[in-house]
Design a protein around this ligand. Structure first.
Ligand code: ADP
Length: 440
């Protein structure tokens, strides 16, 4: 009976500028349909009558002019909110668009760059959601800004443990979220830029993190330099929500390297005040403050872990709407070259007191394949021949493989790898990440 009740279809009527918020846990799934009017999820317009599936997500459906929604399945939370910061978010978009337009009109169009926006704030402030809105609103005005993800906890374009960038070549799918800008779209001509970091937080190896941010920034700027429409559209940068001294240092580093000209501080007075002071004398950088939405929900560790696992699973198996089968490949030990960042498995807290991290944090060392790799995620480098193996860290990620079994039998020392690439592994250089995954 309970199941019937849970499956009962219900309708919600929204008046203009109201927002329907819901949370579905990972064990449930719901279907949402727009019956009448217009509505959007983080800036992506919903099609009338289309069925949208959600599971393990916390979502807001906003309407500017009123709408009727139909929902089926069990939510943990569902309610309609009156108060949202959406007008201020839209105003931010309008201001960014004005910068793009003045870029269009500038006589010296070659040298103009559009808004390079970086969204900062604590964890669970709604940063990623705001980034999605800014990308979608830009897309709806035929702009294709570059999306940049500097939050290694979130595998938005690719997998967790990377920093990456991709042009917003289409609307962000409300179900697939930012993954929809990533690798799984085989038809996308615009390959994402992606560098291997290997950890979920910038605090695990700040030196390497900063090195990769610099590398990504220079590659992005090199792409923009050759592409005027992209340059005018600018960049929208998502960040990792670390507001301690290491986070401040990383934020400033990112601002410098990406030549950020708009810093958006979400839901953190102190950070706003500090950023404001820091860049007060700099007329190239505008610092703005926006309120956090009352709808943003804290995601506990378990939710984040499940979300990471889902991203990994999606990478290999696709999503509800586009399922595919990964390939199982046998790789002999002797054909592989596996590296890890020095101390890759020891968080800084594991170092003896007083011992400083050395240069080695940004260097890789070769490692023997073995049982330690079981269930690990490895990054496949796009380099396939190099004299200097440290170049691997600075080369684009070609993809990822999952170690599903390790065979240590004397004559056949081999790994079984799950991979989205058909046939043999395209490349021999692999980098170990700190992510383990149990295939389910
Ligand atoms: P951050 O990037 O700052 O960590 P997110 O944008 O990822 O924050 O938001 C945290 C969670 O809250 C996400 O699951 C997101 O989908 C959800 N969320 C954001 N805004 C709303 C809203 N207005 N109503 C309901 N849920 C929301």
């Amino acid at each position: 009976e309970q199941i019937k009740l849970a499956d009962q279809t219900r309708q919600w009527e929204l008046r203009p500028e109201q927002e329907f918020r819901f949370e579905v846990d990972f064990n449930n799934a719901i279907i949402l349909r727009l019956k009448a009017g217009m509505a959007e999820i983080f800036g992506a317009e919903l099609g009338q009558g289309t069925s949208y599936n959600f599971s393990g997500q916390k979502v807001a459906v906003f309407t500017w002019h009123g709408c009727t929604l139909e929902i089926q399945g069990q939510c943990n939370v569902e309610y309609v909110a009156e108060e949202t910061p959406m007008v201020s978010y839209l105003n931010l978009h309008v201001a960014l668009e004005q910068r793009r337009v003045s870029g269009d009109q500038a006589s010296d169009a070659v040298s103009t760059t559009g808004p390079i926006v970086m969204v900062v704030g604590p964890a669970d402030a709604g940063k990623t959601s705001l980034v999605k809105m800014l990308l979608n609103y830009a897309y709806r005005q035929e702009r294709r800004p570059m999306f940049i993800n500097l939050d290694p906890a979130e595998g938005s374009i690719m997998l967790p443990g990377t920093v990456s960038a991709a042009p917003a070549a289409h609307m962000i799918d409300p179900e697939d979220e930012l993954n929809s800008l990533g690798l799984n779209k085989a038809s996308d001509v615009s390959t994402p830029l992606c560098y291997h970091y290997g950890y979920a937080s910038l605090t695990e190896n700040p030196k390497l993190y900063k090195l990769l941010v610099s590398k990504l920034a220079s590659t992005v700027h090199a792409r923009l330099a050759n592409d005027q429409p992209s340059r005018e559209a600018g960049c929208i940068i998502d960040t990792g929500g670390v507001v301690d001294p290491a986070g401040y240092d990383a934020i400033q580093h990112c601002i410098t390297e990406f030549k950020v000209n708009v810093v958006v501080v979400l839901g953190h007075e102190r950070l706003y005040s500090d950023m404001h002071k820091l860049y007060a004398g700099n007329d190239q950088i505008t610092v703005v403050k926006l309120a956090k939405s009352g709808g943003v929900v804290n995601r506990d560790k378990e939710f984040l872990r499940q979300a990471q696992l889902r991203t990994i699973r999606k990478y290999f198996y696709g999503s509800v709407n586009s399922e595919f089968s990964p390939f199982s490949t046998i790789a002999w030990y002797q054909d592989l070259k596996i590296f890890r960042v020095e101390d890759a498995l020891a968080p800084s807290s594991a170092l003896p007191l007083g011992q400083d991290r050395k240069l080695s944090e940004t260097q890789i060392v070769p490692m023997e394949p073995g049982p330690v790799l079981l269930h690990s995620i490895l990054t496949v480098s796009s380099l396939d021949n190099t004299e200097d193996e440290n170049k691997l860290l600075e080369s684009n990620v070609a993809g990822f493989v999952y170690v599903s079994s390790v065979d240590e039998n004397k004559n056949k020392r081999k790994l079984t790898l799950l991979s989205p690439f058909p046939g043999r592994l395209p490349r021999k250089y692999l980098l170990l990440t700190s992510f383990k995954w149990m295939e389910v």
